[in-house]
Design a protein around this ligand. Structure first.
Ligand code: F6P
Ligand code: MN
Length: 325
């Protein structure tokens, strides 16, 4: 039995990554507890505020953000952080230093699921701090391949933490009795083939030709050009959909579509697409916009959206072909 702390001391590239990961894990443990106890603590419903994306914040969105911010602010390795719930970056008292870390996070992903007691999660990305006197927003705009580490927590029947700090992806389950994350799956790998896809099919009439073709061929099953039946799943929380894919394969699609509001898709590059792309690629899958590898994209702004097609290697290669043919 290996604890998260023991694992990180063996696998993480620097002591700073270990320290930040442990702080994030502690934040996720607290968020999981807050989510489970919300009915008794008054943390249900809307906060009465909105974030920069125009989304109505729930009380738990705000609390989760605070729980992570609190821990990151007092973490000596962290120089600044960016959150889905904050318009701009937050500087910590620690100026940039060698080995310093920037953190970008989505504190409570899929929070519309809270109303129905369905899974939600937290996504985080660690980037190197600049070699400068202070951190600015531009320092966060690094392509995803420069991430030092990334991961997510899923608050489901169990609280699970999935992360990558080296070339591999590992999963930890929270032992609620002792408050410790325990390694439960090492070196997760993603099969290149699948018979399962995930997409919000209500947007079908807005999709471009490549997505329409791909989904129609999956739906045609063994009677169509793919000559095999596909299954469809949609949890409506990216963390849970990606966790299913890392657990048993599949593809997850949140494409751009023809609506002006969805011209770049829905998901945010820095703290949703990039960390998930790193996990998926390190597990042997691919993550693409249809035209570009997500990890190669240099963000233009903190809350930039990006189309996301990720999962089984052969399926994403096929989707890339459909976008260029
Ligand atoms: O963070 C955005 C998000 O909640 C993702 O977690 C999820 O995959 C997606 O939006 C759900 O979108 P929709 O409302 O279209 O089902
Ligand atoms: Mn989200």
């Amino acid at each position: 039995m290996q604890t998260l702390s023991q694992y990180l001391h063996q696998h993480a590239t620097t002591p700073a990554v270990t320290a930040v990961m442990l702080a994030l894990a502690d934040g996720c443990r607290a968020i999981g507890q807050a989510v489970r106890n919300a009915a008794f603590t008054g943390q249900t419903g809307l906060a009465g505020s909105g974030n920069i994306q125009g989304e109505a914040q729930k009380k738990l969105d705000v609390l989760s953000n605070d729980l992570l911010a609190e821990r990151l602010r007092s973490q000596p390795a962290v120089c600044a952080f960016a959150s889905e719930e904050n318009d701009s970056i937050t500087l910590t008292p620690n100026p940039p230093h060698p080995g310093g870390v920037l953190v970008a996070f989505d504190p409570l992903d899929g929070s519309s699921n809270l109303d129905i007691n369905a899974p939600v999660g937290t996504i985080f990305s660690l980037l190197p701090a600049p070699a400068a006197a202070t951190v600015s927003e531009a320092d966060f705009l690094q392509p995803g391949q420069q991430q030092l580490a990334a991961g997510y927590a899923l608050y489901g029947p169990a609280t699970v933490l999935v992360l990558t700090v080296d070339a591999t992806v590992s999963a930890f389950t929270l032992d609620e009795t002792h408050g410790e994350f325990i390694l439960t799956q090492d070196a997760l790998t993603l099969p290149a083939e699948t018979g399962e896809f995930a997409i919000n099919a209500a947007n079908l009439r807005h999709w471009g030709d490549a997505i329409v073709r791909y989904v129609a061929e999956c739906q045609a099953g063994r009677d169509g050009p793919r000559s095999k039946d596909f299954n469809m799943r949609w949890v409506a929380a990216m963390v849970a959909d990606v966790h299913r894919i890392l657990s048993r394969g599949g593809v997850f699609l949140y494409p751009a579509d023809r609506r002006a509001s969805a011209a770049s898709g829905k998901l945010r590059l820095l703290y949703e697409a990039s960390p998930m792309a790193l996990l998926i690629e390190r597990a042997g899958g691919l993550a693409s916009t249809g035209h570009a590898r997500i990890l190669d994209i240099r963000p233009a702004s903190l809350h930039q959206r990006v189309p996301v097609l990720l999962g089984a290697r052969h399926e994403i290669e096929r989707l890339n072909d459909y976008h260029t043919s």
